[in-house]
Write a protein that binds this ligand. Structure first.
Ligand code: UFG
Length: 323
């Protein structure tokens, strides 16, 4: 049997979907999570170690005791708006967590890390779709912590034997197609859950942040990728590293964008409900359009998103909001 995988942040949204995918592939995930944002009841496919990412001693003990073979590192703070108001906290947790992880894996001799990076590391790109060779110039503290973490991995690779896959997610969306786990953020700030909450009456009208962007309908365009596709990409990245593959930095997106109006229309089509909404001013720090050039992940990992249709992504998310 193949070695166990440490999944930091495995109680969170993308992390829990990745654990399920690992288990389905016959791998055993060991979750390490402080439960500050994640949910213990989303940890169902292996043990849960409750701990802080900055606790190097506990990380090292967990890696050794469970005879971990590789790490998938999700655990981090991930709200752009919050990072603008509390940058020190973001640097502390996200960089402190990566520091402790790198020290711990080096101490026990683990040489493979799959890392959750973000399209936020590109900032406001001057070309679309975004390919991996575009300059990384993040425009908020959250994006900067993700970029510095990529640099830390790079430096650790030079100093030690480490190999890594930095996966730059576009907009994670949807939920487990089998309905076992879903997206539960508190507070919720992401568009698709907020639109579903407005449709079901669990929240007030959704605010559409900006209708004067230079896009066809004036609202922001994002590349929504199904969380199940993201989970599968992590398994492929892990296979790549376990097969001796070199370090890689890859975009994970579908290559197709949807506007906010298109998301609202998809929710109305799928749920048959009207979505109460209000036009609102722009949210600071939002680029008009972010879409991935997904060709490198296809080339290197053989990964392409299976869920190409926004309606299908919305249909999997909807039951989580009683729809
Ligand atoms: N939006 C609204 N109303 C809302 C919430 C969002 O109009 O109530 C808009 C946003 O302005 C944006 C789009 O919907 O144009 C998507 O917003 P999300 O907050 O769902 O997602 P973001 O694109 O802002 O953020 C995502 C990830 C971040 C990551 C970022 C990279 O959640 O972790 O992409 O830009 F950093």
């Amino acid at each position: 049997t193949k070695p166990k995988i440490l999944v930091t942040g495995g109680a969170g949204y993308i992390g829990s979907h990745c654990c399920k995918a690992l288990a389905k592939a016959g791998r055993e995930p060991v979750v390490y999570d402080d439960l500050s944002r994640g949910h213990a009841d989303a940890v169902r496919w292996g043990p849960l170690v409750v701990g802080d990412m900055r606790d190097r001693a506990l990380l090292e003990k967990t890696l050794a005791e469970h005879r971990i073979g590789a790490v998938i590192h999700f655990a981090a703070l991930a709200y752009v708006g919050e990072s603008v108001g509390a940058p020190e906290h973001y640097y502390d947790v996200n960089l402190g967590g990566m520091t402790a992880l790198l020290e711990a894996v080096e101490a026990v001799g683990i040489d493979k890390i799959v890392f959750s990076s973000s399209c936020a590391t590109y900032g406001t790109p001057d070309r679309l779709p975004i390919s991996e060779d575009l300059p990384q110039a993040p425009i908020n503290p959250y994006g900067r912590t993700k970029l510095v973490c990529e640099w830390m991995l790079q430096d650790a690779q030079v100093a030690h034997r480490l190999r890594f896959a930095a996966l730059r997610y576009f907009n994670a969306a949807g939920a487990d197609p089998e309905g076992e786990i879903g997206e539960r953020h508190d507070p919720e700030t992401h568009l698709i859950p907020l639109v579903l909450m407005a449709a079901s009456g669990q929240a007030g009208p959704v605010k559409i942040f900006g209708t004067d962007y230079p896009t066809p309908d004036g609202t922001c365009i994002r590349d929504y990728i199904h969380v199940d596709d993201l989970a599968r990409a992590h398994l492929l990245a892990l296979d790549h590293l376990e097969a001796g593959g070199e370090s890689v930095k890859l975009n994970l997106g579908t290559g197709r964008g949807a506007s906010i109006h298109e998301v609202v229309a998809a929710v109305e089509r799928v749920t048959g409900r009207k979505v109460p909404h209000e036009l609102a001013p722009r949210r600071p720090g939002d680029p008009a359009e972010l879409t991935a050039d997904p060709s490198k992940a296809a080339e290197v990992l053989g990964f392409t998103a299976r869920y190409r249709d926004l309606d299908e992504i919305v249909a999997h998310a909807a039951p989580w909001f009683g729809l």
